[in-house]
Design a protein around this ligand. Structure first.
Ligand SMILES: Cc1cc2nc3c(=O)[nH]c(=O)nc-3n(C[C@H](O)[C@H](O)[C@H](O)COP(=O)(O)OP(=O)(O)OC[C@H]3O[C@@H](n4cnc5c(N)ncnc54)[C@H](O)[C@@H]3O)c2cc1C
Ligand code: FES
Length: 285
């Protein structure tokens, strides 16, 4: 079909919807920890997103980066929660209420929802995509074991929101910190192992540092339980074209970011071991 800019109604759908850059106004900014902030904005398409999907966020003068949605509401009120780690995230943290961001997406395959006895494990900013998942899955689960971890108390995200979401359902919440400043001293995977040895889970969901997700995957395999994890790789196009996010035969932006045990078994050489840098070279995770 011939495309003419004056005839917008004939723009092919693939150009018209998620792939088009939208400019959104920051409605609210909330500090979650000394290094993590949540930014809220309005976007109709994000209101239709699935838990685990992400957007490409364009921060004017800095970069365009992939960020998961930390809250999704059907009226389009949407949040992203971002740790300050480098140039783009620092520029984003300097933005004020009323400033503008560019977004495209939501992209990727999110978590597949399951009913029954569920285990969720999140570490650090890995809790970001876990939150919308949890808010949906509470309606399906018969029992929910929620394990959250961080190095120290300051880095444990969303504690109030987790307690509130799980307050009226059959749930166990276990917080761990590596320095023992909150909850149990130790790491999430140790708590997961204790429970996996005693109970059968219908699904295990994980998001966090790759070593943690890899260890959760190995536990799920050992106890023969289904598993989904949300992976991070360098992303540029987010639509499966540039190849910067490749792991084995998968493009994490399009086939993931959430991959299942079946998919992860085929990328054992790379998962938990290597990722690609900005030049496409393999580097240790
Ligand atoms: C699907 C997905 C969802 C993500 N969701 C979140 C989230 O919800 N909250 C959050 O705080 N962070 C999230 N990240 C990580 C976030 O994209 C990086 O922290 C951010 O891009 C860093 O940019 P920078 O310029 O500040 O840092 P830089 O100094 O440029 O990079 C620091 C590190 O961030 C990573 N990174 C940099 N650029 C990219 C890129 N284009 N794609 C992927 N990783 C990159 C690399 O590991 C790099 O070493 C997500 C990443 C992916 C792939
Ligand atoms: S980011 Fe380009 S193929 Fe995934």
């Amino acid at each position: 079909m011939q495309f003419h800019p004056q005839n917008r109604s004939k723009v092919p759908t693939y150009l018209n919807a998620v792939n088009r850059l939208r400019i959104v106004k920051i409605k609210e900014i909330r500090a979650e920890s000394p290094t993590v902030k949540t930014f809220t904005f309005q976007d109709k398409l994000c209101g239709k997103a699935e838990p685990g999907q992400f957007v490409m966020v364009w921060i004017l003068g800095a970069d365009e980066i992939p960020i998961s949605l930390s809250s999704i509401t059907t009226n389009g009120l949407t949040s992203i929660t971002v740790a300050q780690v480098g140039k783009a995230t620092k520029a984003l943290h300097q933005r004020k209420r009323g400033d503008f961001l560019g977004i495209r997406g939501p992209y990727g395959n999110g978590f597949t929802l399951t009913s029954g006895n569920i285990m969720i494990a999140g570490g650090g900013t890995g809790l970001v995509p876990i939150m919308p998942l949890t808010e949906k899955i509470v309606k399906l689960s018969t029992k929910l074991t929620f394990l959250l971890g961080a190095k120290t108390k300051d880095e444990l995200l969303f504690l109030d929101r987790i307690n509130k979401t799980l307050s009226e359902v059959n749930a166990e919440i276990v917080a761990t910190t590596e320095d023992g400043s909150y909850g149990l001293k130790g790491i999430v995977t140790d708590q997961a192992e204790q429970r996996l040895a005693k109970d059968k889970f219908d699904m295990i969901y994980a998001c966090g540092p790759e070593q943690m997700m890899h260890n959760m995957f190995l536990l799920a395999e050992r106890y023969h339980m289904p598993f989904q994890a949300s992976l991070e790789r360098i992303m540029r196009c987010a639509i499966g074209l540039c190849g910067s996010c490749v792991i084995g035969k998968f493009r994490v932006c399009k086939d993931g970011p959430v991959l299942t045990s079946e998919q992860l078994r085929t990328v054992k050489e790379e998962f938990g071991k290597f990722k690609r840098d900005f030049q496409g070279r393999k580097i240790a995770v």
